[in-house]
Design a protein around this ligand. Structure first.
Ligand SMILES: Cc1cc2nc3c(=O)[nH]c(=O)nc-3n(C[C@H](O)[C@H](O)[C@H](O)COP(=O)(O)OP(=O)(O)OC[C@H]3O[C@@H](n4cnc5c(N)ncnc54)[C@H](O)[C@@H]3O)c2cc1C
Length: 469
């Protein structure tokens, strides 16, 4: 057994881990990073980037098919092999940049390519290496969960971890999960000519919690997709070339369908269990399965251990994993002088069509509180959206009556990836709805929908104040 001593050991070479190591090194610590691979990060290899590449292809097909509305005729023929080839080629470029960074670490002998677990406080085992570290950063990410009924279906199962490796698009695909991954990939496959059924549970539609916005989302997605947000699975039978699936929902009798492939998109579980973190005297919370940690320092209780990225389930999105890596790396290097960082407001975006986003406080945070009101806009009649025939969606912006400040939004609509940023920045700047209404809004733009929504919010705020007085 080889033994090493180091200031900061980072477990996991994904976005959070690579950033944590860099940040620890910048702050004067000796470092090592432990990861058996595959390298390239979830984001570039099997997450954000290949999923957006698939969506980009589906958008081309969808808009060409819909061009008749504008008096333009186009015929669409989808070559699944070429679609997958482009995804893999472009994805390869994103992954290459990470692999170059990994190679550099290997050359500097800062990478141990082994699966790692705790064998004591401050002590890790990675293959034949024992690493004694002053502090440790856990950045092991998360993995897809395969729900019990789907286990044992073997090679017909797909997940985000292998779907982008396919040589060709399948003819049909059941998507198990109506969350953000299920809806993004399910809609993209559907638009690329795959026969798709999406089975969700508990009425979940992406990240949306607001009942008004969710109702609109259900209406819009169910109109386009074979989508059951609240299904009951009856039976799955493996056949020689796929699986036969029976399910029901409140809409009617049991349906039986055959699918060539099943895409599992039923949530991701933190990669924590195999770390044997109890050897470091840390226990996992029985309910969440995560150790108790401070989101501003990322320290686990008073232990010399930090936890960053998807593994802590705090905010499983890329920009937060990256920021958390910075925080955890710096604090690990400076331990025991640990500094709290003010966190950004939450921002998550789903690249369906229409897109979905949650910014700042969500419905869950404000429901039942009399101190908040919401403004609404229905995108059906929004000018620019109508011009472009993308007039679908509903946006709700929440405001705090006492301060007049905009505090959050749940959004479904065209280009909300952009309008969500405007709102996020305004909320970070602590702007009131009245200050936002004094800003310029060009005409005709999709952002005018946000103006309409803010106007509605300001009216309701004034009314609530008058009403209270
Ligand atoms: C399909 C999909 C689409 C997404 N789209 C978006 C998007 O559009 N926008 C967005 O912001 N976010 C998106 N995300 C989320 C985003 O990809 C993640 O938040 C981010 O990649 C998490 O980074 P991470 O460093 O925490 O984990 P990862 O990048 O997964 O890194 C974890 C690393 O830990 C290693 N590891 C695991 N166990 C061990 C062990 N025992 N020992 C050593 N090493 C170990 C793994 O090999 C891996 O390299 C998407 C995710 C998915 C799955």
């Amino acid at each position: 057994m080889q033994e090493f001593k180091v200031d900061v050991a980072v477990i996991g070479a994904g976005t959070a881990g690579l950033n944590a190591r860099r940040s620890a090194e910048r702050n004067g610590a000796s470092t090592v990073i432990l990861d058996p691979g595959p390298y390239g990060t979830t984001c570039a290899r099997v997450g954000c980037m290949p999923s957006k590449l698939l969506i980009a292809a589906s958008e081309r097909a969808y808009s060409a098919r819909g061009s008749g509305l504008f008096g333009i005729s186009a015929s669409v023929k989808i070559d699944g092999r070429k679609v997958m080839t482009r995804i893999q080629k472009e994805r390869g470029r994103f992954v290459k940049w990470v692999l170059e960074a990994i190679d550099d670490l290997r050359k500097r002998k800062l990478l141990i390519p082994e699966k790692t677990s705790f064998v004591g406080p401050n002590l890790l085992q990675a293959g034949q290496c024992l690493i004694k570290a002053k502090t440790i950063v856990i950045a092991t990410g998360a993995s897809s969960v395969i729900p019990e009924p789907y286990q044992g279906l073997g090679n017909i199962l797909l997940s985000h971890e292998n779907i982008f490796e396919l040589k060709d698009l399948p003819k049909s695909c059941l998507v198990a999960g109506g969350g953000l991954i299920g809806l993004e990939l399910g809609q993209a496959l559907h638009r690329l000519g795959v026969r798709v059924t999406i089975l969700g549970r508990h009425g979940v539609i992406g990240p949306l919690k607001d009942p008004r916005v969710r109702k609109e989302a259900k209406k819009i997605f169910s109109a386009e997709l074979d989508f059951y947000p609240n299904h009951k699975l009856k039976k799955i039978r493996k056949t020689s070339n796929g699986a036969e699936v029976s399910f029901s929902d409140s809409r009617g009798p049991v349906k039986k369908r055959w699918f060539e492939r099943i895409l599992i998109a039923a949530g991701r579980r933190p990669n924590l269990r195999s770390l044997n973190i109890h050897h470091a005297g840390v226990s996992l919370d029985k309910k969440t399965g995560i150790p108790e940690f401070n989101p501003e320092t990322l320290q686990i209780k008073n232990a010399p251990i930090f936890i960053a990225g998807d593994v802590n389930r705090y905010r499983a999105v890329l920009h937060e994993a990256s920021f958390e890596g910075e925080i955890a790396g710096e604090n690990a290097a400076k331990y025991p002088k640990v500094k709290p960082y003010e966190r950004w407001i939450p921002l998550s975006i789903v690249f369906t069509d229409p897109q979905m986003a949650v910014v700042g406080k969500s419905w869950k945070d404000i429901k039942g509180h009399r101190g908040y009101v919401c403004g609404d806009v229905n995108y059906e009649t929004q000018g620019r959206s109508q011009v472009m025939a993308v007039n679908k969606g509903w946006v709700r912006i929440y405001g705090e009556v006492k301060s007049g400040r905009v505090v959050g939004a749940e959004m479904l609509g065209p280009r909300v990836e952009h309008t969500a940023h405007l709102l996020a920045w305004a909320i970070e700047q602590k702007l009131t709805v009245f200050e936002m209404l004094e800003m310029p809004f060009y005409h005709p733009v999709i952002e005018e929908g946000i103006y309409t929504c803010l106007e509605d919010l300001s009216r309701k705020m004034k009314h609530r104040k008058t009403y209270k007085n």
